[in-house]
Ligand binder design. Structure first.
Ligand code: G1P
Length: 297
């Protein structure tokens, strides 16, 4: 029987320069989307998809991330003393069982493929998931869970995919479509950040992957690609060239690019509007300022 996907890699080594000066001392992944750090959304999504082992690829200055997933005995004691059970419950979601979480350091920023490769010994010979916490996806059924279900039916590698405007394709990994079956698309491979006008399609890869160990073997070659970096996309394409299937999966849900300021703000507004405790007040406020702005024109 095929192995279940129980391990996930979270590449969180990036410097987050787009969010300077905030990221001078706060890892980008700890920045809050409404009231939870970005990384918490990724963890919750992985847990719901059945992930049991969480592997973070970190770098210098990411200590706050490790603390975040640790117990906080003093804080918990205080909350218990004050009878704040609701807050204790919220904290529970941040705790990981012993041995469930591992941190691997990427010593040099050599690219996403290299970051994933840094976790190779913790994956060994199993299929694994990769989640890029920058890509936040609002969905009824979390995106990785949708992909795990698709994986049960389709052998090979599966990457989340979404149509993007033609002039934006060069910011993504782009799928070379073989057969479009609707939700699932078989591919001939994929290209990382194609030059304008050279994208094989407008179906872009979004930061959720289910991959085979072949991809790790391909990363062993440490070949550089777009931007002079070791690209995950190239290793997946190499696995395809060797005969393994690579599928694109059109997920249900809305993706926010929280690696950009505009995307982070949009996610903040969308997630807050969806919240029972915040939505009403925020909606009224937004309507108000938008109305005043229009009236002033
Ligand atoms: C990474 C991947 C790219 C993918 C994108 C999705 O790029 O390399 O293939 O399309 O994430 O967000 P980055 O955004 O890190 O440049």
């Amino acid at each position: 029987m095929r192995k279940k996907v129980t391990k996930a890699i979270f590449p969180v080594a990036g410097l987050g320069t787009r969010f300077l000066p905030a990221t001078k001392s706060v890892p980008k992944e700890i920045m809050t989307l409404v009231d939870r750090p970005l990384v918490q959304y990724a963890i919750d999504e992985a847990r719901e998809a059945g992930i049991k082992d969480f592997i973070f690829v970190t770098s210098r200055g990411k200590g706050a991330l490790e603390d975040y997933f640790d117990m906080a005995p003093q804080l918990e004691q205080e909350l218990r003393k004050k009878g704040k059970d609701d807050l204790l419950e919220i904290l529970k979601g941040t705790n990981m069982d012993s041995g469930q979480v591992a941190y691997v350091r990427q010593h040099k920023p050599l690219g996403l493929g290299h970051a994933v490769w840094c976790a190779r010994h913790l994956i060994a010979n199993e299929p694994f998931a990769v989640i890029l916490p920058d890509d936040v996806i609002a969905a009824n059924k979390p995106c990785l869970g949708q992909m795990v279900e698709a994986y049960a039916e389709h052998q090979g590698n599966i990457v989340a995919a979404m149509e993007v405007p033609e002039d934006k394709a060069s910011a993504y990994g782009v799928l070379d479509i073989k057969e479009d079956m609707g939700r699932i698309v078989s591919t001939n491979g994929m290209v990382e950040k194609p030059a304008p006008g050279e994208a094989p399609s407008n179906l872009a890869v979004i930061g959720r992957y289910i991959l085979t160990p072949t991809v790790l073997r391909k990363l062993n070659k440490k070949q550089t690609g777009a931007g002079g970096e070791i690209q995950l996309t190239d290793a997946i394409a190499a696995a395809r060239a060797e005969g393994e299937e690579v599928y694109g999966f059109r997920f249900e849900g809305e993706r926010f690019d929280c690696g950009s300021k505009a995307g982070f703000l949009q996610a903040t507004v969308a997630f807050a509007l969806a919240r029972e405790d915040l939505g009403g007040e925020l909606r009224a406020f937004l309507q108000d300022i938008l109305y005043s702005e229009k009236a002033a024109q």
